[in-house]
Design a protein. Structure first.
Length: 277
């Protein structure tokens, strides 16, 4: 019953390990420090609460070091950029790296403007993220490839970004997550495909940012970053499927998604798990 894949340190990714991580989050309620954008603060915090984690949104440069020091992970999201926020992101990211606290980075809109791309590359260089999650266009932009983007949305397929993601993983040492109809979770040796999800998820703003936040929760309890990232994306996709089955449109989808995260059961995970290597 356990569909699993090998990763580089021989630990297995399986339904059991996913359920174990989810239960650990619900028991320990790890503190996930988010420096994220105005649009998704509420939805990201609610997603983390629903899954069982404890979110904090703190971006003042005067306190980010202190906040990182008590957190189990740091999520950096550049959706609404400003210089003060970038300074805080880099300060927090450097502190996290020094303390071996995993950093999850979402390069929202990389490739849309030079400033976004330059900022994303600076954060990667200075903060050494453990995970970089983006859509295909964002990942391709980070490696210097031309990409098709519409604002912060991608019009390139995840499959088109696979080579760029592999190169980025090799260059940075990070796990790269490409979101799309199929989510790809990539390190410098292996690719995991997460096939769970629903098209309706794309009709609700901030779903990708919620995925990044959930990765922050999973890497907070599992130091196998590749496995933790795949677990987070699988939970995200399964909750999206459950929510879509009950929803008539984006409004009910948003509410039902949070409820699905909160009530997600072992039985639902086992019946819907759709992950391949």
């Amino acid at each position: 019953m356990l569909l699993s894949v090998h990763i580089k340190n021989k630990i297995m990714i399986s339904i059991k390990s996913l359920i174990d991580d989810l239960n650990t989050i619900r028991i320990k309620s790890p503190l996930v420090h988010n420096i994220t954008n105005y649009v998704v603060m509420n939805s990201s915090a609610n997603a983390l609460l629903a899954i069982g984690a404890s979110p904090v949104m703190a971006h003042a440069v005067e306190e980010v070091e202190d906040m990182v020091n008590i957190a189990s992970s740091l999520v950096i999201n550049i959706g609404t950029l400003s210089k003060k926020w970038v300074d805080a992101m880099i300060k927090a990211g450097k502190t996290a790296a020094e303390k071996n606290i995993p950093v999850v980075f979402d390069p929202v809109g990389a490739g849309a403007t030079p400033y976004r791309t330059e900022t994303a590359l600076k954060i990667i260089k200075e903060c050494s993220p453990a995970v970089i999650r983006g859509n295909a266009s964002e990942i391709m932009a980070l490696i210097g490839n031309e990409s098709n983007t519409k604002g912060v949305d991608s019009i390139s397929s995840p499959e088109a970004a696979l080579n760029a993601a592999t190169s980025l993983a090799q260059e940075t040492g990070a796990v790269i997550v490409i979101s799309g109809p199929i989510d790809y979770v990539i390190d410098n040796l292996f690719v995991i495909k997460v096939k769970n999800g629903s098209p309706m998820m794309g009709k609700v703003t901030g779903m990708g940012c919620s995925a990044t936040a959930l990765i922050g929760a999973f890497v907070a309890v599992n130091n196998n970053i590749h496995a933790a990232s795949a677990h987070a994306m699988t939970v995200m996709g399964i909750a999206g499927e459950i929510a879509a089955d009950k929803s008539t449109g984006p409004g009910s989808m948003q509410t039902n998604f949070l409820d699905a995260l909160y009530t997600l059961s072992d039985k639902e995970i086992i019946s819907r798990y759709n992950v391949e290597s």
